[in-house]
Ligand binder design. Structure first.
Ligand code: ADP
Ligand code: ZN
Length: 730
């Protein structure tokens, strides 16, 4: 069959390029339309990316094999900007474009789900002579423009085959339409709570608001100590946009951390924000996606996938806790949501606010070189003051072996209870114990798929690998020597701390806050409410407890292992540890009483702990930047990592070596490796890593693309993954 127009369609699938489909000119398809077409025998929705060029058409040997577009969806076409954004993300991250597009599809069936139905328009192209059946179909359109498939079959007394044939001839134009049930309007009247900002908060809000009318891209780093009112400031900015019916996206690192924020937004604005994350039901995803695409849903709080939603009228993006490493997606399309958000804002010519009490070194540096506008808050709101920080030198504490609470910390917990105030014991490790071994023969319980120890979990009474999720039940005896009595757990996770708390403080009410105990938003909200209602004396928590919450009666923090994570060689270790400790310390003393933080450490003179104690943040950043500059690391250079993996270590190594061997010489790029990746074996695959470093921006992608083009296609068991701006440098 020949057509009037040919289109390039991109499908949300791993395909090497767009595919060509044909249409009659009467069908009036538009660029960006979500259309259905056949790939093999499957009908799949993709997006019209453009009209096929003559050059591409001329290269096709048998143009008659080109299939037609079957129908289009009634959703708003994907904007040109959004298509450009998908192209850009694919270019920047060196990921397949189809896989990037898939990030923008809420689920596979969202355009064909039971909530959509096929309708038909009558085209302007009508048959000069028609059969009786066709005439009956045409007559049905005398009084209406559009008829549902079901109805048309009934009224015209025809079958689907006839209707399909009429579509093929472009007499009918099919459209997938959403079945509209009483939709609740999200655009209720927007109010906003009248909160008087403090002077420095006002200055901060004004600085941002004053740029709104300019309709230009500006990146703000809203940098204020914990409890200084960053959220209050950006809510005032958001209010301005919502009143003007502009959409706002607030990004959060992890949805479990947001019940509080959602509540706060609801009270502040009188509208329920859309909460977007990967565990939404398919139906909710479909509904929300559509409400966002029509511009009806004004406020979205979401994790990184919310970046790919089709906002019709986006006016502002906020990235809360911008330094958080959860913004990095490590699979399929490897990207850092903060960086991609900045690109999206710049494409849309809108402002973006990065908020943090401990900005990433990169963002901090970008305020120094004036790429970002620095907006600072120096004081805690109200009577809340920064907590006092005490270091507990574990070398002098004589804490018995196997015990993790020093007597100094225990005394402090006791005093808290007497004052009827709460304690948070922070240890960023899930489960009971990170290592199980047999003291008889030295056997360690390791993951069969990864180079890692299995972590003991008491709640679920199993052993789990925190890298691949593999689980096994704890064996009754050592698999190596067969003895039963020599198996011990080494080191502590939150569950072990809970056991110690139970032993020393049997009457105290405690709760564990970790992803094993707070699996969904409802669990999390329950825990938060229990703490706020003072039904809890001690919170034992991982990083889930460290971020964002506001607990006015929580005035003591005990950091169980202040040295945790500092023993790695990765140059980002200092930054990460400092950020985590500041975050957790920031949970205390947010009400009117003074907060206290006790940090247990075996290395109390460590400069990170010292900087924390003196609240000397600038010193920490200045020193860290100096170190990075000396070592030629980001933000002074750009880095990319290429990970080559295979179930066969030798094959991965060989391919990695070939890759390195064949790489072109470039004066501006330093290549390192291949070397074994930090976690050599992961999910049954052995991993080698090549690092690329340069002082120039914008040369890594074309260089790597070139490098890949030079190589023979790897065997299917060898995977090559590119990570631009990796968060781990080594
Ligand atoms: P941050 O986001 O910087 O941690 P928040 O915005 O959560 O700080 O503010 C900390 C606490 O102080 C919150 O309970 C908030 O409601 C309160 N607060 C901050 N600024 C004001 C203000 N101007 N008026 C009333 N309450 C405020
Ligand atoms: Zn594993």
């Amino acid at each position: 069959m020949s057509y009037d127009i040919y289109y390039d369609i991109v499908f949300p699938l791993y395909l090497p390029s767009s595919l060509i489909y044909g249409a009659h000119k009467h069908t009036n398809f538009m660029l960006g339309d979500y259309v259905q077409a056949e790939i093999g025998k499957k009908r799949i929705f993709g997006v019209i990316w453009g009209q096929t060029s003559h050059k591409r058409l001329d290269a096709i040997k048998n143009i008659h094999t080109i299939k037609p577009i079957i129908c289009k969806s009634d959703v708003e076409p994907m904007s040109e900007l959004m298509r450009y954004f998908v192209d850009w993300v694919s270019y920047y991250t060196l990921s397949n474009r189809g896989l990037v597009l898939r990030q923008a599809f809420p689920n596979k069936k969202f355009l064909t789900s039971s909530q959509t139905e096929k309708f038909y328009y009558l085209s302007t192209r009508l048959p000069t002579q028609s059969t009786k059946t066709v005439a009956r179909v045409i007559a049905c359109f005398d009084e209406t423009d559009m008829i549902a498939h079901r109805l048309l079959v009934k009224q015209a007394k025809v079958n689907s085959k006839t209707l399909n044939a009429m579509c093929d001839n472009a007499y009918l134009i099919p459209v997938m339409k959403k079945i509209v049930k009483n939709e609740t309007s999200l655009s209720k009247k927007i109010l906003h709570k009248d909160i008087t900002l403090l002077e420095e908060q006002q200055i901060a809000a004004k600085k941002i608001i004053s740029t709104l009318h300019k309709k230009t891209f500006t990146c703000f780093l809203l940098d204020g100590i914990t409890g200084s009112g960053k959220t209050e400031v950006y809510m005032q900015v958001i209010a301005k946009l919502l009143h003007a019916h502009k959409q706002v996206l607030v990004m959060v690192p992890e949805i479990l951390l947001t019940p509080d924020l959602i509540n706060r937004f609801e009270q502040y604005f009188n509208i329920k924000p859309i909460s977007w994350h990967s565990s939404l039901t398919q139906k909710n995803k479909t509904d929300y996606w559509r409400q966002i695409s029509t511009g009806e849903a004004l406020l979205t709080i979401g994790t990184r996938s919310a970046l790919f939603l089709p906002y019709k009228n986006l006016g502002l993006i906020v990235v809360d806790e911008e330094q958080d490493s959860s913004y990095k997606q490590e699979e399929i399309v490897v990207y850092h949501a903060r960086d991609i958000a900045i690109k999206r804002a710049s494409l849309q010519n809108i402002p973006i606010i990065l908020a943090s009490a401990t900005p990433s070194i990169e963002s901090y540096n970008n305020t120094k070189n004036e790429r970002y506008t620095h907006v600072t808050l120096h004081n805690r709101y109200g009577q809340a003051q920064l907590p006092q920080i005490h270091i507990i030198d574990m070398n002098t504490e004589n804490t018995p072996a196997g015990s993790y609470l020093s007597s100094t910390l225990k005394d402090a917990i006791h005093k808290q209870k007497q004052k009827n105030e709460q304690t948070l014991l922070f240890l960023n490790r899930r489960g009971f114990s990170p290592l199980i071994l047999c003291t008889g023969c030295g056997f360690r319980f390791l993951c069969a798929n990864c180079d890692s120890s299995l972590v003991e979990h008491q709640k679920k009474s199993l052993l789990m690998c925190h890298y691949c999720g593999a689980i096994t039940s704890p064996p009754p005896s050592c698999p190596n020597c067969g003895h039963r009595d020599n198996i011990i757990s080494c080191g502590a996770g939150v569950e072990k701390i809970a056991q110690e708390v139970k032993e020393f403080f049997p009457d105290y009410r405690y709760v564990i806050m970790s992803s094993d105990y707070n699996e969904n938003i409802t669990d999390m909200t329950d825990t938060i409410n229990q703490i706020k209602n003072r039904e809890i004396d001690i919170v034992i928590g991982t990083q889930l407890a460290a971020k964002g919450h506001n607990f006015p009666y929580l005035t003591l923090i005990g950091v169980i292992d202040g040295d945790m994570g500092m023993d790695t060689n990765d140059p980002r270790t200092n930054e990460r540890c400092f950020q985590m400790l500041v975050q957790v310390a920031g949970r205390s003393g947010r009400g009117s009483s003074m907060g206290k933080v006790f940090i247990q450490s075996w290395y109390p003179h460590n400069p990170i702990i010292k900087a924390l104690q003196t609240h000397d943040r600038e010193k920490f950043y200045t020193q860290e930047l100096m170190l990075r500059k000396k070592a030629q690391l980001p933000p002074f250079t750009r880095i990319a990592a290429i990970i080559i993996s295979s179930p066969y270590a030798d094959d991965a190594k060989q391919y990695a070596q070939t890759m390195r061997h064949r790489a072109a010489f470039n004066n501006d790029i330093t290549l390192l490796g291949p070397a074994q990746a930090a976690l050599f074996k992961l999910r049954k695959r052995y991993r080698y890593r090549i690092l690329l470093r340069t002082h120039k921006i914008n040369i890594l992608q074309p260089y790597i693309q070139d490098m890949l083009n030079q190589l023979p296609k790897p065997a299917s068991h060898i995977h090559v993954q590119i990570d631009i701006d990796p968060i781990q440098f080594l």
